[in-house]
Design a protein around this ligand. Structure first.
Ligand SMILES: [Zn+2]
Length: 263
């Protein structure tokens, strides 16, 4: 079976000691493509390095995480920390310089779960608007993270001309899911669909042609402990169950979708 993990964080310290083995297990499981996501200045550089080392299996996506962009100190996350706010112009320059070596821009988006202050939320929307504009300019797909701001994020995207949008681990309510389906956006379904009804609902609502698979490793394990790319099989298995297709059919379809989005 051909599998893809279009969103995970291989730069995380939990992979520091055994990334070779993690990727070997992924290969054995049938994973042919992994997108390692950056979120800020240091992790974008680390993601590029990992992609270079493990090419062609691993590709990088360079991001400007909405919380990191504002320079709000995150809890201990296990990822390299952003010192102070991200200088968008200089990071855009960096991404542009590497645009032939990356699969996408992401993760980017809006997060009102960690950003509650209305002034900062406004700043966050301004940043996201600039990121969307940038993605239009360099013609790369956008991998969007959004939490407690799903409708705002989708409407901002809808009013732009970007078409290649991947909503990663999308937690929006049913009406917003419907809206995103109508806009032709893709849903990257995490392996934790194994445990969460919400993602089964999305898998049911969206066409198979709009679904992708991810782990968001090392987080959101469908079993327990550290998550890793080989676990995308859980996504495929659950989509197959929900839609009444074979796992093979789902995997092949997701592979086609992956190529359509990320090239
Ligand atoms: Zn992520």
């Amino acid at each position: 079976m051909i599998l893809v993990d279009d969103h995970c964080h291989l730069t995380h310290e939990l992979y520091k000691n055994d990334l070779d083995q993690v990727l070997e297990r992924a290969r054995k499981a049938g994973v042919v493509a992994i997108i390692c996501s950056g979120v800020n200045v240091p992790t974008n550089r680390e993601a590029l390095e990992i992609a270079k080392k493990y090419t062609p299996l691993v590709r990088a996506s360079l991001g400007i995480y909405p919380v990191d962009a504002l320079g709000i100190p995150a809890d201990e996350s296990g990822l390299s920390r952003q010192e102070g706010p991200i200088d968008l112009d200089s990071e855009f320059d960096f991404i542009k310089k590497n645009k032939h070596d990356i699969a996408a821009i992401g993760e980017v988006g809006l997060d009102s779960h960690w950003v509650k202050d209305p002034e900062l939320q406004k700043k966050q929307r301004e940043n996201f608007a600039r990121v969307i504009q940038f993605a239009e300019d360099i013609k790369k797909p956008l991998v969007v993270h959004t939490r407690d701001a799903e409708s705002d994020a989708v409407e901002m995207l809808a009013s732009s001309s970007v078409k290649n949008v991947v909503l990663h681990c999308f937690t929006g309510r049913k009406s917003v899911v419907k809206r995103a389906i109508d806009l032709g956006y893709y849903f990257s379904i995490p392996a934790i669909i194994e445990k969460l009804q919400h993602f089964k609902m999305i898998a049911e609502m969206a066409s198979i042609n709009q679904l992708l698979s991810e782990t968001d490793g090392p987080w959101l394990s469908p079993i327990s402990g550290r998550n890793e790319p080989a676990n995308v099989l859980y996504t495929v298995r659950n989509i197959a169950k929900v839609k009444g297709f074979t796992e093979e059919e789902v995997a092949n379809n997701i592979w086609l979708n992956f190529q359509r989005v990320f090239g």
